[in-house]
Design a protein around this ligand. Structure first.
Ligand code: C2E
Ligand code: MG
Ligand code: MG
Ligand code: MG
Length: 290
């Protein structure tokens, strides 16, 4: 009887697994079509100078405007895209569109912003990636110095010497490199030593309880100090409250992004935000001296 139950459970599991596989294949086929049909969109989240409250740049965040499922967040399709290699065409589109938009803001509104773009492991493992980035910069006329490529520790986890060469080639183009979600991986410090990084982004899981949990406050303080002493720019992710802003400001963090300032927004909203970024929220976090 126990054996029967075991078998029954196995059958259920098998069915669930097959379901998951089918779903994955469905998403893959769907996404392949979606890319061709121009269903991808970029939203832009402001990045703000912690001291002055001014928007200095934006991070481009991909969405998929699915014909029946609505607007999909990256966690609903980027993992499948990673597994299937579709993240390479998705990533090229994102990079091209972000650079086109950057140049458009510069040209039409004289906005001097930086644009951060997320890059996945699959893109990075292709030795022709720097050349592709160079082509996109040239085709769009975007300023390389205004482009920052964000890499995660997991993307660098099985990095080889070839990866280091790729990162150096990207640096030679004049683009900057950020380590995203800093602190969530296993060997953050090794990565900082090994790779030519310009910016560290403190993961929002550490920022969340910074005002109430002394351990998290200590971790964020250590990361910001480390970044500063290595001459890296520091960015705090996921800043939602004036208290969190006050904490990172006191710790000397350079930049911040989060719902306190603005959620990710469509590109046409960005120019108007330059001098009008939820001023109350910013002032709230800023007026109290340490
Ligand atoms: P990320 O690069 O760490 O991006 C920050 C994520 O945090 C975004 O989620 C953003 O909407 C969210 N966020 C920003 N401020 C706050 C806040 O105050 N509170 C909270 N709770 N969340 C906040 P999103 O847009 O869903 O993106 C999730 C992840 O998907 C990104 O994390 C990035 O790793 C990946 N991703 C996004 N766009 C791309 C892309 O074009 N290519 C690749 N390969 N990955 C991407
Ligand atoms: Mg990012
Ligand atoms: Mg991040
Ligand atoms: Mg993060």
């Amino acid at each position: 009887e126990a054996k029967d139950r075991g078998r029954a459970r196995y059958v259920v599991f098998d069915g669930a697994l097959r379901g998951a596989l089918e779903l994955r294949q469905q998403v893959e086929a769907d996404l392949r079509r979606g890319i061709d049909r121009g269903e991808l969109r970029l939203l832009y989240q402001p990045v703000v100078d912690v001291q002055s409250g001014e928007m200095t740049g934006v991070e481009a965040l991909v969405r998929w405007q699915h014909p029946t499922r609505g607007l999909l967040a990256p966690d609903e399709f980027i993992p499948v895209a990673e597994d299937t290699g579709l993240v390479v065409p998705v990533g090229s589109w994102v990079l091209h569109e972000a650079c086109r938009q950057l140049q458009d803001w510069q040209r039409k509104s004289d906005l001097a912003l930086t644009v951060a773009v997320n890059v996945s492991a699959r893109q990075l493992s292709d030795s022709r990636f720097p050349e592709a980035v160079g082509d996109i910069l040239q085709a769009t006329g975007a300023d390389p110095a205004a482009l920052c490529l964000e890499l995660t520790e997991t993307a660098l986890l099985d990095a080889t010497d070839a990866t280091t060469a790729t990162l150096q080639a990207l640096r030679r183009l004049g683009v900057r490199l950020a380590l995203d979600d800093f602190g969530t991986g296993f060997s953050s410090l090794t990565f900082l030593k090994r790779f030519p990084i310009d910016v560290v982004k403190v993961d929002r899981s550490f920022v969340r309880d910074i005002a109430v949990d002394p351990d998290d406050a200590a971790i964020v303080a250590a990361v910001i100090n480390l970044g500063r002493s290595l001459n890296l720019e520091t960015v705090a992710e996921g800043v939602e409250t004036p208290e969190q802003l006050r904490c990172i400001r006191r710790l000397g963090c350079h930049l911040a992004q989060g719902y306190l300032f603005s959620p990710p927004r469509p590109p046409e909203d960005i120019p108007a935000l330059l001098n009008a970024l939820e001023p109350a929220g910013i002032r709230d976090g800023m007026d109290t001296a340490a």
